[in-house]
Design a binder for this molecule. Structure first.
Ligand SMILES: Nc1ncnc2c1ncn2[C@@H]1O[C@H](COP(=O)(O)OP(=O)(O)OP(=O)(O)O)[C@@H](O)[C@H]1O
Length: 402
């Protein structure tokens, strides 16, 4: 039997403050890089809240990892503190609409996060009607707050606009009397607004800001500002620049950069290393990609996976042949899909169903669809292109065979 001193590591040799590298961690201002202008504009839009007046409703756009959630949470937190100094009772609620995609789930999350112990109002996880959740939410707001900011992250993942309608009209519809509501919607789909109901659009999109991607220097700075997550001297010099260069090559995604840095440390940890060498960055990037992708396709049905596999096979073949075209027409994907079904001994779905499954993958940003008008002889058609690295997709599909 081993001595307990041998069994457990008593001191982490790599990390000293790993929370700094958790994606949900909200950094202090001096660790936020290159977003002064965005923070200023957002603060300006919600500024009336400091005086207990209605803040402007805002929509933030930009690709993943461009700091939208971070800036929205940071400005909201600052607003709550500054308002308190002015004698205004403010709060903010954060909703991840990818998780709380129904009206009931999102109103429950908002009500639960603004509720306090002093209220005699109970917000159960489930079991009451949507209308009751709203009633309790309005009561809490009127009883406790002068103003509340509601951040709806990944707002495009909401099943419908019902909650937006309710929030934007709560005041004029007489649901709340004393409390003002401001909504900060966040999306990485620039076309999201086109899908919105006209009335909701005019009220929710009073201000819009687009967050540009980071360049390699900014990613470098973002990671350097958190390098004290590691013990002193553990990070070898080339690690951060290499991780920044890799993350910038795609689209300047800070989430990816931070994930790579954390994984590089974890790989060093599990290899019993005392330092993190630059070489580990490549492996860390692959792990970051694979993990993100695994999360995206977790829970997808076998046929949805066959469809993806078909597109992956076409993409790999093309890459092997150095072919130029990277998009594939639905019928080509369907042919390969049918072949996969034959091999799997499964009956294939109709072309129309496969088209729907491709649409679902496009919705999750796994693939991109481009509509082409093929001229009078051909009619229009859609091409599908894999956005993920085909090797990563193949790996994950193999690893997660049910
Ligand atoms: N300017 C920045 N300075 C410091 N850290 C940053 C900055 N921008 C982003 N980050 C960090 O990168 C990670 C991803 O950022 P964030 O979640 O804000 O991106 P996002 O644009 O909301 O992406 P998504 O659309 O995927 O939600 C977070 O951990 C965040 O703290």
């Amino acid at each position: 039997m081993s001595d307990s001193d041998d069994l457990f590591i008593l001191e982490d040799p790599i990390f000293v403050n790993k929370e700094l590298l958790e994606i949900s961690h909200l950094p202090e201002e001096d660790r936020i890089v290159g977003r002064d202008e965005e923070i200023k504009q957002l603060a300006n839009a919600v500024n009336p809240a400091i005086f207990g007046q209605s803040p402007s409703n805002v929509l933030l756009y930009g690709k993943t990892g461009t700091g939208k959630s971070l800036c929205a949470k940071y400005v909201s937190r600052q607003l709550v503190d500054t308002a308190a100094e002015e004698g205004i009772n403010a709060a903010y609620a954060y909703v991840d609409c990818a998780q709380d995609s129904t009206e009931t789930q999102s109103v429950q999350t908002i009500a639960d996060s603004v509720n306090t112990d002093e209220n005699d109002i109970y917000i159960p996880d489930k079991g009451i009607s949507t209308a009751t959740y709203y009633k309790r939410l309005w009561r809490i707001l009127d009883m406790r707050y002068d103003v509340v900011l509601i951040i709806l992250d990944e707002i495009d993942k909401l099943e419908d606009d019902d909650i937006l309608m309710q929030l934007s009209r709560a005041g004029e519809a007489g649901k709340i009397e004393d409390c003002k509501i401001g909504v900060i919607g966040i999306s990485n789909k620039i076309k999201y607004k086109d899908r919105m109901d006209e009335r909701v659009k005019s009220s929710l999109c009073e201000r819009e800001f687009v967050f540009p991607p980071y360049d390699a220097n900014q990613l470098n700075e973002i990671m350097s500002a958190r390098s004290d997550a590691f013990r002193e001297g553990v990070l070898e010099d080339g690690v951060i620049p290499r991780a920044a260069a890799l993350a910038a090559r795609e689209h300047g995604d800070a989430r990816k950069a931070i994930d790579i840095l954390r994984y590089a440390g974890e790989i060093a940890q599990s290899s019993d290393m005392k330092t993190v060498p630059e070489d580990f960055v490549v492996q860390a990037r692959e792990r970051a990609e694979t993990d993100r992708f695994r999360e995206l396709i977790s829970g997808s049905t076998p046929h949805s996976r066959y469809v993806l596999q078909a597109l992956t096979i076409l993409s790999v073949d093309n890459a092997d042949n150095n072919a130029e075209d990277i998009g594939f027409r639905t019928t080509r994907v369907y042919d390969v899909y049918e072949e996969i079904c034959r091999q799997e001994g499964s009956e294939s779905l109709s072309l129309r169903r496969v088209r729907d499954l491709l649409k679902e993958h496009a919705f999750l940003d796994i693939i991109e669809q481009t509509r082409h008008s093929g001229g009078s002889a051909e009619g229009s058609y859609t091409e599908h292109q894999l956005l993920e690295d085909p090797d990563v997709v193949q790996q994950v599909l193999e690893d997660t065979i049910s």
